[in-house]
Design a protein around this ligand. Structure first.
Ligand code: K7E
Ligand code: CUA
Length: 651
């Protein structure tokens, strides 16, 4: 009976989605009253109330938007080369994308998380995961630049990442795919019992944010999908959803959906930390890159690390438990008080809410329901706080407004459902357009959410905008949640594929946003701090051009004595000390991107001239009325030439 109803509902909703695609916006146009339009309207010259940082998914980057306007301010390059700024193309930033697999100029980024102090957003940094070649990045929220990337060994599909603990003690990175640990040549069908899932705890230095992989818990070979920190009373714990507790290795859509319940893994990381501090754990050979960008030398360095401390959960009694959770849970969310842990069973209609207090009581009472690989399984009924019977389908992720309400996305039924913590009653539901993944309330993953807006990030766009060929940018919707009912106020396209996002009040970031790099603090080894020091030097086949820029010329702008076969390094220092006056640099035939050099910054571009001639370069950024005059020439002579290096400006 129940099953029959499920199928009917599913069919009905499929029909609904299909019809949405054909008949236009349906009710949503009418829903936008003029008062809704005013709520999203930010007048010209006015500023937004919130920053929203959206993961770029397969763009590998982060995009920065304003709320409620939905205006995009910036794309921050993180894991992907970005010709717009030269990130990953300049000599200084190439090391940021170094890994144990070599240079990997792309990743798939899903979950940004802003640093916290005492469970509240503090606006120092934002972290984000690279899924594909497992990495965690730290981005400065003063320069809005990527400052550090650390690779995660023994991980694959770094998805239950990058979530931080309540004082940013750790950024946590769980593996989605279990793999042989250490990696080795073995038959795939011997997965079961042999593959392992690593949960990595990376410490964050409070002074400067420096990352260090402190330890990895070597867990059973399940898929660790998502995670969230405990907070308040549950601070010291971390929760991870799992699926594929069947440990299937093929046709996963069927074989990993067999068990009625998978688990939420509850990790007492403070216990593990203590164990490690007392000398516990096993050092294992590993190879992973640690890349750090220095704001004063404007240069990144990459170091290859050689070992990692692994911890067998069985060696730390009382540190790891499994909470049975129905139907391949995806999202794993913890409410602002730290009491409720919500598992969103993506193949179910209901939400399972676990109670932290009940979990502790069950652990103390040793009420176990067997074990998995020696890890105690708690009894479902003993940890269950409640079930939200929403009537929606395909629950994925939950956020909180700080007023006792939770908001859960339903992918299949394309809606956001608002419900009450503690009574589990559904209070409201609103359609999304279409097939929503994550949602975001600024501070929604902290002890203090700013519950004014929720942004739904959708997977499918269809008819929401003018068509632009087969692929559309994804769509997002902003709802005003200040009243009892959610009100759709705006619709806007997003870039790449935003999964999660993180929002923060504008007044926490805007005043400390960096305007220029001070020239007198520039410690780049190839900087020219005075135009009189601009020069060109030959060192064997290498030519180093120490160049400066100011509106509207390069110093020097005529260079001779370069030969075919040389490797020419243009080290360009921007002498502007005004906010928002970068200069660009581009050289004809160069096998790389342009550079965009910020005021006070030095960046380096390499050119290997292949043809004899006189070749121009120019500034790519329209920097003044005489921007078009900002250009120069390099004379390239045959390899056999003995023309000496010379350079000039205005001669
Ligand atoms: Cu649900 Cu990668 Cu968080 Cu996408 S994940 S939606
Ligand atoms: Cu400098 Cu255009």
């Amino acid at each position: 009976m129940k099953k029959y109803k499920f199928i009917v509902t599913l069919l009905g909703i499929t029909a609904l989605i299909a019809s949405c695609g054909n008949q236009g916006n349906g009710s949503s146009n009418g829903a936008l009253s003029s008062s809704a339009a005013e709520k999203a309207y930010v007048a010209p010259g006015e500023h937004d109330e919130f920053y929203a940082f959206m993961s770029g998914g397969y763009s590998g980057n982060i995009t920065v938007y304003g709320l409620p306007s939905g205006r995009m301010f910036k794309e921050i390059p993180v894991f992907s080369q970005f010709p717009t700024s030269g990130y990953g193309y300049s000599e200084e930033t190439k090391p940021m994308l170094n890994t144990s697999f070599g240079f990997v100029p792309w990743d798939d980024s899903h979950h940004p998380d802003i640093s916290q102090t005492k469970g509240e957003l503090d606006g120092r940094w934002i972290f984000i995961n690279g899924n594909n070649t497992p990495r965690i990045a730290r981005v400065s929220l003063s320069t809005f630049e990527t400052e550090e990337i650390i690779e995660i060994p023994n991980s694959a599909g770094n998805h239950s990442s990058s979530f931080i603990t309540e004082n940013t003690e750790y950024v946590v990175a769980g593996t989605r795919f279990s793999v042989p640990v250490p990696q080795r040549d073995m038959p795939i069908n011997e997965y079961k019992g042999n593959f392992k899932g690593s949960l990595s705890f990376i410490s964050v230095a409070p002074e400067n944010g420096r990352l260090n992989l402190e330890f990895q818990l070597t867990m059973p070979g399940f898929n660790y999908d998502l995670s969230h920190p405990g907070r308040g009373k549950s601070h010291g714990w971390f929760f991870f959803t799992t699926y594929n507790t069947e440990e299937a290795n093929s046709l996963m859509e069927v074989n990993s959906s067999q068990n009625d319940k998978d688990f939420i893994a509850a990790i007492n990381w403070k216990k593990v930390e203590e164990y490690v501090k007392n000398g516990g754990g096993t050092l294992m050979p590993a190879e992973y890159a640690h890349n750090v960008y220095d704001e004063h030398t404007h240069t990144a360095t990459s170091t290859m690390k050689k070992e990692v401390l692994t911890v067998n959960p069985l060696d730390v009694p009382g540190a790891v438990y499994f909470l049975p959770t129905p139907k391949s849970p995806h999202g794993c969310d913890v409410d602002p008080s730290g009491q409720y842990i919500i598992g969103n069973g993506k193949l179910s209609a209901d939400l399972t809410v676990h109670s932290f207090d009940k979990m502790i009581a069950a652990i103390e009472g040793k009420k176990f329901d067997g074990e998995a690989y020696g890890i105690p399984i708690l009894k479902f009924e003993d940890v269950l706080a409640g079930v939200v019977k929403s009537g929606g389908l395909g629950p994925l992720h939950t956020e909180f407004d700080g007023k006792g309400n939770a908001y859960t996305t339903f992918f299949i039924s394309s809606e956001v459902v608002k419900w009450k913590l503690g009574t589990w009653e559904v209070l409201d539901r609103q359609a999304t357009f279409y097939s929503v993944g994550h949602l975001m309330i600024p501070g929604g993953n902290s002890a203090k959410p700013f519950g004014k807006y929720v942004v739904a990030m959708n997977k499918i766009t269809k008819d929401r905008y003018l068509p632009v060929g087969p692929e559309m940018e994804h769509s997002a919707q902003i709802y005003d949640i200040s009243g009892d009912k959610m009100e759709l106020i705006y619709d806007f396209p997003t870039h790449g594929e935003p999964h999660y996002a993180a929002g923060i009040p504008a007044d926490m970031l805007a005043p400390k946003s960096k305007k220029i790099y001070r020239l007198d603090e520039n410690k780049h080894p190839y900087a020219v701090l005075n135009p009189a020091d601009a020069r060109v030097e030959r060192d064997g086949n290498e030519v180093h051009v120490y160049m400066s820029t100011i509106r509207s010329h390069f110093t020097p702008d005529n260079i001779e004595g370069v030969k075919v076969g040389d490797k020419v390094y243009f080290h360009i220092t921007n002498h502007e000390q005004d906010f928002d006056v970068p200069h660009g640099f581009a050289m004809i035939g160069q096998n790389t991107s342009e550079l965009l050099v910020m005021p006070g910054q030095t960046k380096t571009s390499v050119w290997e001239p292949k043809k004899v001639g006189v070749w121009p370069f120019y500034c790519t950024d329209f920097c003044s009325a005489l921007h078009q005059e900002m250009q120069g020439y390099v004379r390239v002579s045959p390899a056999s030439s003995d023309l000496p290096i010379s350079f000039s400006l205005g001669d």
